[in-house]
Design a protein around this ligand. Structure first.
Ligand SMILES: *Cc1c(COP(=O)(O)O)cnc(C)c1O
Length: 383
């Protein structure tokens, strides 16, 4: 028998409750039952995004939500800043350029978080910047960017929006949209939402809606103003991904039962246990100062090839972890701990890595990684 484990940063494992909710018969999307369902999930998305404004649901992966965040709020020839600290930061820049936005790329070394002072300086030099784009959690490097500090710089500029890719930070790390002044917050179903890929979520502030009125970039399917009108009535402009919305109802139930504070604490503890366990095994963290609570990226111990780690995990132990992307390919590997993740997922990951390292000829104190992770989890108390 093969038992498979999914320890990659999306798609993430699904709780049985959510899987089961998705097997219910399809509702027609123009029925009063579905309208009630849409209204209830919309309400709870506002709770999760910590906003009184709209959180729209799109049939798309996270990237579609990112694209919509560019095309609905900006206009041709607008200037915008993109924090490029990895694959997803570069994606903001690429989307902006594809639609004729003049992008100012802030290149941040892999593993580092952007310095808010750099953004402050750029905003002073370019007062006509219409948006600052960043990730909350840069999944390719395992870095958490200082969203709160950057949002504080943007908040008092009526002509600039703060746009955050929260695909691996919503439901993982605190990122209160209204309190911090985030204007557009994007997420996606296959990460902390514990759902299959296929839904994107876009939170939009009233400041951002005023930008939408003036935006002239091309858009048709991802027209957020149109979605706002229909979703305000519990419908959507086009056919809803009905089964995914049924699953979303159940995953939001689980998140509400746990509570936001407990969700953030759980992810922080699992991340800490993963980091310390991996370091005890001789791995080096890529994100040394601002690690994400969603995923941990490390260089393997000396003499071990990152590619061999992920391929052995997969071939021998049926565990899907993630390698590096772009220039980090073959250099690092990544272990995710977001969504439907608990203490023993961390123990499974570290234990399997011990087996793999041993097999690859690396010498270490057998059990040291597991014991270290175990200690961190015990000290962390109840989850
Ligand atoms: C997964 C992810 C996305 C979205 O990627 P899709 O393949 O479109 O789902 C965007 N940003 C970050 C930070 C991600 O982790």
């Amino acid at each position: 028998m093969k038992k498979y484990y999914l320890l990659a940063p999306g798609p993430t494992p699904m709780p049985p409750r959510v899987l089961q909710a998705m097997t219910r018969p399809i509702l027609h999307h123009r029925t009063k039952e579905f309208v009630a369902l849409m209204k209830s999930v919309s309400e709870d998305l506002r709770w999760l995004f910590e906003t009184t404004s709209d959180v729209l649901i799109l049939n798309s992966t996270g990237t579609g939500g990112m694209e919509a965040s560019v095309t609905n709020f900006l206009s041709r020839g607008d200037k915008a800043i993109a924090v490029c600290g990895g694959k997803f930061g570069k994606r903001w820049s690429q989307i902006g350029k594809a639609f004729g936005v003049e992008m100012i790329d802030v290149n941040v070394a892999n593993g580092e978080a952007v310095d808010p002072q750099t953004i402050a300086k750029l905003l002073d030099e370019h007062p006509d910047v219409r948006a600052v784009f960043t990730q909350g959690s840069e999944t390719s490097t395992g870095v958490a960017h200082p969203v709160k500090e950057i949002a504080a710089l943007v908040r008092n500029r009526p002509e600039t929006l703060m746009v955050v890719d929260g695909v691996t930070s919503v439901g993982v790390m605190p990122q209160p949209m209204d309190e911090w002044g985030i204007d557009v917050l994007v997420s996606g179903s296959q990460k902390a939402f514990m759902l299959p890929p296929g839904l994107a979520f876009v939170g939009v502030s009233s400041k951002a809606w005023s930008f939408a009125e003036r935006s002239n970039l091309p858009k048709y399917y991802f027209n957020l103003s149109k979605e706002r009108k229909t979703q305000g009535n519990g419908e959507s402009a086009y056919t809803s991904a009905v089964s995914l919305v049924m699953g979303l109802r159940e995953s939001l139930n689980m998140m509400k039962e746990e509570g936001l504070a407990a969700i953030f604490r759980r992810h922080a503890l699992l991340a800490q246990a993963t980091r310390e366990g991996l370091m005890a095994l001789g791995c080096e963290l890529l994100a040394k100062t601002h690690p994400s609570a969603a995923v941990t990226a490390v260089y393997p111990p000396n003499g071990v090839a990152a590619g061999d780690v992920t391929s052995t995990l997969s071939k021998k132990y049926n565990i899907t972890a993630a390698g590096g992307q772009d220039e980090l390919k073959g250099k690092i590997f990544r272990i995710a701990h977001l969504g439907y993740a608990g203490r023993f997922d961390v123990i499974t990951a570290i234990s399997a890595l011990e087996m793999v390292f041993k097999e690859l000829g690396y010498k270490f104190d057998s059990g040291i990684g597991v014991a270290t992770a175990h200690r961190v989890l015990e000290e962390g108390g109840d989850l």
